[in-house]
Design a binder for this molecule. Structure first.
Ligand SMILES: NC(=O)c1ccc[n+]([C@@H]2O[C@H](COP(=O)([O-])OP(=O)(O)OC[C@H]3O[C@@H](n4cnc5c(N)ncnc54)[C@H](OP(=O)(O)O)[C@@H]3O)[C@@H](O)[C@H]2O)c1
Length: 299
């Protein structure tokens, strides 16, 4: 796994580890450092953050752990995001949950992320969600400025449609290397709306957030989740693996080079996901999961 890079523009590990739920893990700084080191040992070198995770606290928790062993910074790629404003105790000046892609906000957000993460550059900065007020010229100039200062090496977007992506890219010199969207057997929308075809055409890596639909793949009580689970279980039994490994193999099988972003703080779940990079699903099994999710055969 180590040093296995995406075939496309994004330099990162085949599987990434997300820190959205990091506050819930209840780890001490030393335990958090141990978790980060265990990820690196597994070859999971890409860590996904956002300024707002844990109501603006998760980046600091990561930074606090990294400060115990700063030499680890060179062994990892840090992805973080900006652009969402979230009312929170730590941000009393924010009155409304909305988006902000003004130059001032992007620059302040990156500086706050760098301070919280206790490092001096971000590998890949993502615009978290598209905004109707996003001015592509202003954003492009701002990103260019951040690149020139050496604060950000690469840029990408999250939850952007192909058209939203193209507008921003048309104003930017740097290639956008990532579009992070929701992809899982329970969330097929972006398999169907052109996002993944667009990614392949432009050598953009799709990162899959909530690859287990936040756990609903295993615990959802609706018919769709139950249908998917019964197919996952049958495939898992036939291949002598676990259901979560089948989900990861299903995402990795897609030709766009999807990078699943894992959300659990339990290292054994990540170990299984890394093992699943060696599991090649048959096309029959891939479509069994697709059909179970759709609830009807393909036309
Ligand atoms: N760009 C965006 O807009 C966006 C949005 C959401 C998330 N994200 C990113 O995506 C990352 C992952 O999202 P997520 O946490 O929703 O991902 P997820 O992997 O779909 O869900 C993780 C949740 O599933 C539970 N789970 C239950 N059984 C599991 C199993 N067998 N294996 C793994 N997990 C299991 C975990 O519980 P346990 O804790 O008990 O393991 C955890 O609560 C986030 O950390 C964040 O970096 C980005």
């Amino acid at each position: 796994m180590r040093h296995q890079y995406h075939p496309l523009g994004f330099e990162g590990s085949r599987i990434a580890q997300g820190f959205w739920r990091c506050l819930e893990w209840g780890m001490s700084p030393a335990e958090r450092l141990g978790f980060i080191e265990a990820c690196l040992d597994l070859g999971v070198t890409t860590f996904d953050h956002a300024d707002i995770y844990g109501k603006y606290q998760c980046e600091s928790l990561f930074g606090e752990a990294l400060a115990l062993k700063p030499a680890l910074r060179d062994k990892m790629e840090i992805v973080t995001k900006c652009g969402v404003l979230l009312p929170a105790e730590r941000r009393p000046e924010i009155g409304l949950h909305r988006y902000d892609y003004r130059s001032k906000h992007i620059i302040e957000s990156v500086d706050a992320s760098l301070a919280a993460l206790q490092c001096d550059y971000i590998d890949t900065l993502l615009l978290h969600r598209p905004s109707p007020l996003l001015d592509a010229d202003e954003v492009a100039q701002t990103l260019d400025h951040l690149f020139t200062l050496g604060k950000v090496k690469h840029f990408g977007v999250s939850n952007f449609s192909a058209a939203q992506f193209d507008l921003l890219q048309s104003r930017l010199d740097a290639p956008l290397v990532v579009n992070q969207v929701e992809l899982s057997p329970l969330a097929l929308e972006h398999f169907k709306d052109g996002t993944l075809e667009h990614a392949q055409q432009h050598a953009v890596t799709p990162m899959a957030w909530s690859p287990f639909a936040g756990g609903a793949v295993f615990s959802g009580e609706d018919d769709k989740a139950e249908r998917i689970r019964s197919v996952l279980q049958a495939i898992a039994n036939s291949r002598n693996v676990t259901m979560d490994q089948v989900v990861i193999a299903w995402l990795l099988r897609h030709p766009s080079g999807i990078c699943p972003v894992m959300g659990s703080g339990k290292i054994e779940r990540l170990e299984r996901a890394v093992d699943a990079t060696r599991l090649l699903l048959s096309d029959d099994d891939w479509f069994r999961i697709w059909i179970a999710s759709q609830g009807h055969p393909v036309p």
